[in-house]
Design a protein around this ligand. Structure first.
Ligand SMILES: [Zn+2]
Length: 404
């Protein structure tokens, strides 16, 4: 599988998402989801449990048909909820108002006093250069391999786990995207981590939908289906933590919505109305993990135990200062290295720094702190590497070169 990993960098803006007031109309449309199955489950169900699942409606019929598109999914039997029946998996949960909550004691959200201090008083040390020329020296934007050599881009599905541009409502973008939607190779699937503007950009979704239409499957956490329907997307798979599905024409690759510690907000009143998550991508020979946006929490050990070792994990390293504001929602580089170990990742790539103005650390500090954290743990720099915007890297494994 050819996998394209883009560095999703971000930093904090002074205009927090809290202040967004654009209300998205929610359409009263529900879709029947196409489901397909996965054969690499570690603990296949006993026949008794299979029967129980079927009685509870947890196992899909042989073939689902979307009432809006008449699109059919592949037909293997689904074991998608098996994990949720096991005690050692942390399930998603909501409060009595239907808002999703983080189930770990590691979750913190800053008080209004702390937020006001952050917005009005704290010193911003990010020092992002104001000129494009100066920025390009430190954060060069490179041509992705598929722009340099389009012939290489058709050898498999590409993944683009993040937005290409950010809407006017989102945080300020520091560095430009390395390519346009038109330059991307064929895309079969996109995974969405949560609703924040720097991770879910309406313009990017519209452009991808205009180019690929129903051939592109959107994997989204619970609560985001209606937003995608409103955007005109036809092929949306909304999943809870530990649920899995696949792209019908590539049903040997399974996408699992896995937990992360974060929050969601897009409008004035929709705090935590949609779920957030990480994504585990399981192929017949290789495994990839996308952490999304997250603070440190015990779930990464669970994910590592269940799905590890991963061949490659994309883990955030930026937007971590001031710590008392960010600790619950954004890992620092030392915690990112801990996640790399928890996941049993053979290699990790740093994401979530250098693109959006989000936090107060010096804008070039995250990779520096990452190097220090790796050194402290006796890990090689290549085990958790940093890419420039648009940079491509071929990653070798005992099975041969697998990622570009
Ligand atoms: Zn976020």
């Amino acid at each position: 599988m050819l996998l394209t990993v883009f560095c999703n960098y971000k930093k904090y803006t002074k205009k927090l998402n809290l202040l967004y007031a654009k209300v998205v109309q929610v359409q009263d449309v529900k879709w029947q989801h196409n489901r397909c199955s996965f054969e690499l489950m570690e603990k296949p169900p006993s026949s008794g449990k299979s029967q129980l699942d079927e009685e509870n409606g947890l196992v899909q019929a042989a073939e689902d048909v979307d009432p809006h598109t008449s699109r059919k999914s592949s037909s293997r039997k689904s074991f998608r909820l098996d994990y949720r029946l096991e005690e050692d998996v942390t399930k998603s949960c909501q409060d009595k108002h239907g808002r999703w909550i983080n189930p770990w004691s590691t979750w913190r959200f800053p008080s209004y006093f702390t937020l006001l201090r952050f917005l009005l008083l704290d010193k911003d040390n990010s020092k992002v250069p104001s000129s494009r020329e100066a920025l390009d020296v430190e954060l060069p934007v490179m041509e992705p391999y598929f722009v340099r050599n389009p012939d290489l881009s058709e050898s498999g599905p590409g993944l683009r786990p993040k937005s290409i541009t950010c809407s006017v409502y989102g945080p300020k973008e520091v560095q430009r995207a390395p390519c346009t939607v038109e330059q991307l190779p064929r895309i079969d699937a996109v995974v969405i981590s949560h609703s924040h503007y720097d991770h879910l950009d309406a313009g990017s979704v519209a452009s991808l939908n205009a180019r690929f239409g129903g051939e592109l499957r959107w994997f989204v956490p619970l609560g985001l289906l209606d937003w995608f329907v409103k955007m005109g997307c036809e092929n949306v798979m909304e999943l809870d933590w530990w649920e899995e599905n696949c792209v019908p024409v590539h049903d040997d690759v399974t996408f699992v919505c896995t937990p992360s510690q974060h929050w969601s907000k897009r409008t004035a009143l929709d705090d935590n109305k949609s779920l957030w998550g990480s994504w585990t991508v399981l192929g017949p020979e290789h495994r990839f993990f996308f952490a999304g946006d997250t603070g440190y929490c015990p779930t990464f050990k669970e994910i590592g135990q269940r799905f590890g070792p991963f061949d490659l994990a994309a883990i955030p390293i930026g937007a971590y200062l001031p710590r008392d504001v960010m600790v619950g929602q954004h890992v620092d580089p030392a915690e990112a290295v801990q996640i790399h170990e928890d996941l049993q990742a053979k290699q990790s790539v740093a994401i979530h720094w250098g693109t959006f103005a989000l936090a107060h650390e010096y804008y070039l500090d995250p990779p520096e702190r990452l190097r220090e954290a790796l050194e402290q743990k006796g890990l090689k720099p290549e085990s958790f590497f940093v890419l420039n915007h648009g940079e491509s890297r071929l990653i070798s494994s005992p099975h041969g070169d697998i990622f570009d």
